[in-house]
Design a protein. Structure first.
Length: 140
């Protein structure tokens, strides 16, 4: 499969929530997807830490991009949606940026499993997510 980063970014520009959160698709290969986000005041909770939902949204976009690479690259396929996701928050970030890296653990005809690791710009592991995807017959 030929990977065109700009084509993939254009496809996912329709994910307006992730875009509003400032998430950027940084790199894409068949083996790995990396998305990043600068931490701003908008991402902080009442206690001053990065909001869990902001971390989840970052990890979820990396999962979405990775599980829909072929579709976003122009293949005539159904969309893969999250069937279930589990996230473990490991530490609070003291950095100014978060990065999520997705790797595929298993990909079948309809069911796939991805591991998404989130770390900050200080190299501290922030969260680990496991995303289970289901590829539907529905085309976007």
């Amino acid at each position: 499969m030929e990977i065109n980063l700009e084509k993939i970014r254009a496809f996912f520009s329709a994910d307006r929530y992730a875009a509003a959160a400032g998430i950027v698709i940084e790199s894409v290969t068949e083996d790995s997807v990396v998305c990043g986000m600068e931490i701003t005041a908008m991402h902080r909770n009442a206690g001053g830490a990065v909001q869990g939902g902001a971390i989840f949204t970052l990890a979820d976009l990396a999962f979405a991009v990775h599980s829909n690479l072929a579709l976003a690259s122009g293949a005539d396929l159904g969309i893969t949606v999250g069937q279930s996701c589990s996230i473990s928050y490991l530490k609070s970030s003291r950095g100014s940026r978060l990065t999520a890296r997705s790797v595929c653990l298993s990909k079948g005809r309809n069911v796939s499993v991805y591991r998404i690791s989130v770390e900050d710009d200080l190299g501290v592991p922030i969260a680990e997510m496991c995303g289970n995807g289901f590829t539907t017959a529905k085309k976007p």
